[in-house]
Design a protein around this ligand. Structure first.
Ligand SMILES: NC(=O)C1=CN([C@@H]2O[C@H](COP(=O)(O)OP(=O)(O)OC[C@H]3O[C@@H](n4cnc5c(N)ncnc54)[C@H](O)[C@@H]3O)[C@@H](O)[C@H]2O)C=CC1
Ligand SMILES: O=C(O)C1=N[C@H](C(=O)O)C[C@H](O)C1
Length: 270
């Protein structure tokens, strides 16, 4: 265990929480030191293995995040914006690496994370997969090469339980296109068209969201010109890609200077 990194997983019973527990447990480079769930959840106070329907693991499910943060070298957090902000105040005090996959954060939330990142290493991305992070680089390059004669539309599809839109990934892709064009996304973003919207505005970056069934996560960046169209796509079929990225970030963060990093740094794409 000497070189193995102690990891706490927040939101243990969630879709990503379960995947993260499997990924950390299977790793030779990390081990699980604790997990949390929201106060009132029926897993609180139980052994994690038993809560998952298997044998005892000796890892208990806590509701107080401090109980696990004090034991961890890295916290992996795919929960809710409210929970993630509360965790960030504690990881900053504990000086432990905070890997944040939670999406739906507001600009004010991100500013609060910037403040925590003065003391702790935060790695945050709306998508922790290698494929999507590479796609953001490609989208930026294509946007740079083309002018606004090509209309950009970002279409994302997710499972019926997803609560935020556009997805964190769609926003990452939108930011990449805006960077490639040298504009600010907030000034050109077109979200939630409905009714008599008027014709499309030149230079806008449009977003559309589909929700249904068990779709893990699909993203298209469409560059639609006159007589031709380029479509950059990513299809996730297994949440393991996000969990593996998050674990990689937790390991990479050890020994880094405090700061608010993205997966591009972790993957050597920055
Ligand atoms: N960045 C990435 O690569 C990815 C990000 N996500 C994001 O991760 C987040 C979670 O996604 P899912 O696992 O699908 O959602 P989920 O709803 O299945 O899981 C969230 C879990 O967090 C728990 N939780 C809520 N408040 C808590 C608190 N105060 N303390 C501890 N646990 C708490 C919930 O009870 C739940 O079990 C979403 O924001 C989603 O968009 C999801 C997949 C990949
Ligand atoms: O909620 C999800 O499931 C996902 N959320 C992330 C997002 O908002 O982009 C990443 C992935 O697409 C799955």
């Amino acid at each position: 265990m000497a070189d193995s990194v102690g990891i706490a997983v927040m939101g243990a019973s969630g879709r990503m929480g379960r995947m993260l527990i499997d990924t950390v447990t299977a790793s030779h480079k990390a081990h699980l030191v604790g997990v949390t769930e929201r106060p009132g959840h029926d897993w609180i106070g139980r052994d994690l293995g038993e809560a998952l329907g298997g044998a005892k693991t000796g890892v208990m499910v806590h509701s107080d995040p401090l109980d696990v943060i004090v034991k961890a070298q890295a916290v992996i957090d795919f929960t809710t914006p409210e929970a993630t902000l509360a965790h960030a105040a504690l990881t900053a005090q504990a000086r432990c690496v905070h890997v944040i996959g939670t999406t739906g954060l507001t600009d004010a939330d991100i500013a609060a994370l910037d403040a925590s990142a003065r003391h702790a290493v935060i790695v945050r991305a709306g998508n922790m997969s290698l494929g999507v992070n590479l796609l953001t680089r490609l989208a930026q390059e294509v946007a740079h090469a083309l002018d606004a004669d090509f209309d950009v539309e970002i279409v994302e599809s997710h499972h019926r339980h997803k609560v935020d839109a556009p997805s964190g990934t769609a926003l990452m892709l939108g930011e990449a296109v805006a960077r490639g064009r040298g504009v600010s996304l907030s000034e050109v973003s077109d979200r939630g068209r409905d009714g008599m919207t008027g014709a499309r505005k030149r230079g806008d970056i449009g977003f559309a969201a589909i929700r249904g069934g068990d779709i893990v996560g699909e993203h298209d960046v469409i560059f639609a010109g006159m007589g031709e169209r380029i479509v950059l796509s990513h299809v996730a079929t297994d949440r393991g890609i996000f969990a593996r990225g998050a674990l990689k970030a937790a390991l990479w963060g050890q020994g880094q200077a405090p700061g608010h990093y993205s997966m591009m740094s972790v993957l050597g794409l920055a």
